[in-house]
Design a binder for this molecule. Structure first.
Ligand SMILES: [Mn+2]
Length: 351
């Protein structure tokens, strides 16, 4: 599936205006706070940006054989007003952006469309998979290192700071998202923000983090226990989740409806299903959350070379929560080597 196929499918005979930064980056290679890409059915692509990015943009356009238009005061008369017809505009554009587009492209009717470029981005190239593999391997190494910082008395904020320094590794990698570091009862909040709460002996720890390499994101969640006396209920629920998560990874093969995979988890959890309070997973790439969605509400079918997370969780308010998250490359058959996150999934006990 190419962009041009997508334009045909969405009946955008006069073209598509792309404004989402990650989509612009995907098509042209340009990372910019301001830009647009105009795509025509003929296959002609035009990158539009202002003077701050012009030099980089021109070079990229030359390499990729796309047209360049400088966004300056003459842009509306020189380029935009010459475009006519019905042009697709991404629903990710803000109302403010749309008002501006209407002023510049005054002879155009805009038709809101969603997920055109995102549908293409969902299937990764060899290079994109390689970038993700590199960043996932790095995050695995960081998790091995962070274990030595998990000790009674450390606060969530301190541990998170150490974690994120390790993830950056002197600038070689970036941070994929605000890392989640939760102790004790805080682990029951799936997206907890770290506090100055100290870790006590015989408490659980949940860490959900990732790094970026060439702007591709890794994402992993693991669980630790500090102390010798692992709570019986906690251990039981961790064992249950581990068993199901391992099984569900094997169901992530091309041709499978993601809602069926999500439903499988809920069925296996039986009476604990009510404590699994979010969807099963998501695609990753230039963004941390992209297509496909793994959810009961999703119509997505897994495709070869999707990169997805598989992250069932159980959350018992006021007590504890557990989430086991792997990131994997979808293929037609399951193999352990398609799992990008190789850090052990078993409960990590720190004594
Ligand atoms: Mn995730």
């Amino acid at each position: 599936m190419t962009l041009i196929d997508q334009l045909k499918e969405y009946k955008l005979d006069d073209g598509l205006l792309v404004s989402k930064p990650e989509n612009i980056q995907y098509i042209t290679g340009l990372k910019a706070s301001f830009g647009m890409v105009f795509i025509q059915k003929s296959g002609q692509i035009t990158l539009i940006t202002d003077g701050r990015y012009a030099e980089t943009a021109k070079q990229l356009c030359q390499e990729r054989k796309i047209n360049f238009q400088l966004f300056d005061t003459d842009f509306p008369t020189r380029f935009a007003q010459k475009i006519r017809g019905t042009i697709g505009v991404e629903t990710s554009a803000t109302l403010g952006q749309l008002e501006q587009f209407k002023k510049w492209f005054s002879n155009v009717d805009f038709k809101p469309v969603s997920q055109i470029v995102e549908n293409i981005r969902a299937v990764k190239t060899t290079e994109e998979i390689e970038h993700t593999r590199i960043t996932a391997e790095h995050t695995d190494q960081v998790l091995h290192k962070i274990s030595s910082y998990i000790r009674p008395g450390v606060t969530e904020i301190e541990l998170c700071f150490t974690l994120e320094n390790l993830l950056r590794e002197n600038g070689k990698f970036g941070i994929a998202f605000n890392s989640i570091v939760a102790f004790g009862e805080h682990t029951a909040r799936p997206h907890h923000s770290q506090t100055d709460r100290k870790l006590n002996n015989n408490e659980p720890i949940l860490i959900d983090c990732g790094s970026t390499y060439q702007d591709y994101h890794s994402d992993i969640t693991r669980n630790w226990w500090c102390g010798n006396n692992v709570d019986k209920k906690y251990k039981e629920k961790h064992d249950l989740l581990l068993k199901i998560q391992t099984q569900v990874n094997q169901k992530c093969i091309s041709g499978t409806a993601t809602k069926d995979i999500d439903n499988f988890v809920r069925k296996e959890l039986k009476s604990d299903a009510e404590f699994f309070t979010h969807s099963l997973g998501h695609g990753t790439g230039l963004e941390i959350h992209e297509l496909p969605n793994l959810s009961v509400k999703s119509e997505s079918i897994l495709q070869t070379n999707n990169i997805i997370t598989c992250e069932p969780g159980l959350y018992y308010p006021g007590e504890f929560g557990i989430r086991i998250e792997d990131q994997l490359v979808v293929e037609s058959k399951f193999s352990k080597k398609h799992i990008l996150t190789q850090f052990p999934k078993e409960l990590q006990i720190i004594t």
